[in-house]
Design a protein around this ligand. Sequence first.
Ligand code: C5P
Length: 238
Amino acid sequence: MNHREQIIVALDVQTHEDFMQITHALQGHATYVKVGMELFYTFGPEAIKHLKKSKFKIFLDLKLHDIPNTVLKSVKTLCRLGVDMLNVHAAGGSQMLEAAVAGLKAAQMEQPQVKTKLIAVTHLTSVNEQILKQEIGIQIALQESVLQYASLAKKAQLDGVVASAQDVMQIKAELGKNFLCVTPGIRPLGSDGHDQKRITTPKDAIKFGSDYLVIGRAITNSQNPGHSFEEILKEIQA
Ligand code: C5P
């Protein structure tokens, strides 16, 4: 896989105009995009149809977290849209994760062409050790908790996890290099961290072994998103 295919651009926009503008600006630059809650709750499956028509690969980032039966049926429905990647929260526990896999298999029974990669969110990259301990109430170290969630996901036969790039080396060492690591919280040198706490440069994320880098505002807030995308590629390859 070349570096261009490893960058997933997060299309966190809400208006039709912004959606059309950003997809147009990314044509010929990005190959993989992420549809998150903002976009999906505004336009629903129509957003996926538009992106598929424009030949983008799609990561549908809805972070499902509910009882197993609801997750199974929701995963089945969403996989039928033909997305390339979909995620659920590992915090839902092993039964919920197994239900997600069962949902994918149920979609594949009906539509054998469905090839969705199913991944689990470990801890959000906006969560740091202090939030984990004082607010969420998990008393083990953040990295240990990430690894515990990643192991749950692997046991339930998911394809990988969403984690901070800072955790990738440990995840790959423990769970194998084929276990996918999708890493948000990426910031090119000298850019704004916004609400992200555990941030990594694109070059370091690749060096640590990330399979996919999720990059949003550093590209989508730019006056020229196509150019910003190419600058990030250059930064990785320098
Ligand atoms: O703009 P920025 O590059 O921070 O965007 C990161 C994207 O990755 C957002 O769409 C956010 O929802 C998503 N994400 C994240 N942390 C996770 C999972 C997804 O930031 N653990």
